[in-house]
Design a protein. Structure first.
Length: 333
């Protein structure tokens, strides 16, 4: 086994493949990181099979107390030689990668906008001003503060002005990204079909489509739910079986929007269209304390319906869901 270290450039990667490929069937492994997409694209363009892994899922790497890039590369190569590797990580291409990039940019902008709102709240709190229980913009916070008989001092007003300007700029950037997302997804039929599911709006449909990518990589709806981390932990030994909280593995973005959709399903959706799904959640929510469990259950069922919609090219039909009497389940038409 030869060990070399090269700069991560297209030319060096191409030269390395040229030196390594004495024959056909070259298999390459890589650890996920910032340059994973770049390395994947360069290698696949040369006809090389490349598999990407999360190092935490490789037992030798995860259990080591000395984790370095050199050790990670060594154990990935050993795992490829023996075939004892976890499932490779899906590397999206084309429109899926573009959508994921836009969604990541939007998430960053929204998170930064929220930070400026929190800064404004902190400024008002430190100035002794009363704060409303909920406010979604710096302007509303400022209006509340101006209603105070004592008014605002110059330094506090200047700080709020800064927060408001930054928030306005970030809001404009978020609107621009929303317009780009709408333009990119306007001609994607799968997203239009996903929107027929109760509690699945524009943003949720786009995020499901972008997170799933190639639906054929999941053998069934249960595998997709596991990918989103919406299945319970299982500890089984002998006749003892314990099922705990959800695993929270996989895509946090996909899991997050599904949980939001579960809340929307139970509180805001059209009762006629969403009735069958609500009945499923109601059977879980036997008491007030089980509402969170019911929300997760609703999220998991919505995702299973989304699997059928994406796999079959169908749309949501509430008449095909399992009835309380126990009819045979079907989720899409």
């Amino acid at each position: 086994m030869e060990r070399v270290s090269i700069p991560t450039t297209a030319k060096e990667l191409q030269d390395l493949v040229g030196r390594s490929a004495a024959g056909d069937g070259l298999l390459v492994g890589q650890e996920l990181g910032t340059l994973a997409f770049f390395v994947h694209d360069v290698r696949t363009a040369l006809g090389v099979e490349i598999r990407s892994f999360n190092a935490d899922q490789l037992r030798r790497i995860a259990a080591s107390r000395k984790k370095t890039d050199r050790r990670a590369a060594f154990w990935i190569a050993k795992a490829l030689q023996t075939g004892m590797t976890p499932h490779p990580v899906y590397i999206p291409t084309g429109p899926i990668r573009r959508l994921r990039s836009l969604l990541a940019q939007r998430d960053a902008v929204v998170a930064e906008r929220k930070r400026w709102l929190l800064r404004a709240r902190s400024c008002l709190r430190s100035g002794g001003c009363g704060l409303p229980k909920a406010s979604r913009s710096v302007a509303r916070l400022r209006d509340k503060a101006l209603g105070d008989p004592d008014g605002l001092d110059a330094h506090l007003a200047e700080a709020l002005d800064l927060c408001q300007r930054r928030e306005a700029a970030l809001s404009e950037e978020a609107r621009r990204l929303d317009a780009l997302l709408e333009e990119e997804t306007a001609d994607i039929p799968a997203i239009q079909r996903l929107r027929t599911i109760p509690a699945v709006g524009d943003q949720v449909a786009v995020r499901i489509y972008a997170a799933v990518g190639d639906i054929s990589r999941f053998p069934n709806a249960r595998a997709l739910a596991a990918h989103a981390g919406l299945v319970p932990n299982v500890h089984q030994s002998g006749e003892v079986l314990h099922m705990g909280r959800i695993t929270r593995m996989g895509s946090p973005a996909l899991r997050g929007v599904r949980i939001q959709a579960g809340h929307v399903l139970l509180s805001r959706c059209d009762p006629v269209k969403a009735g069958p799904l609500r009945e499923i959640a109601s059977r879980i929510q036997s008491t007030r304390g089980r509402r969170k469990i019911a929300v997760v259950g609703a999220a998991r069922h919505i995702l299973r319906i989304a699997y059928d919609v994406l796999r079959d090219g169908s749309t949501y039909d509430p008449h095909l869901l399992r009835s309380p009497a126990g009819a045979k389940p079907a989720t899409a038409a």
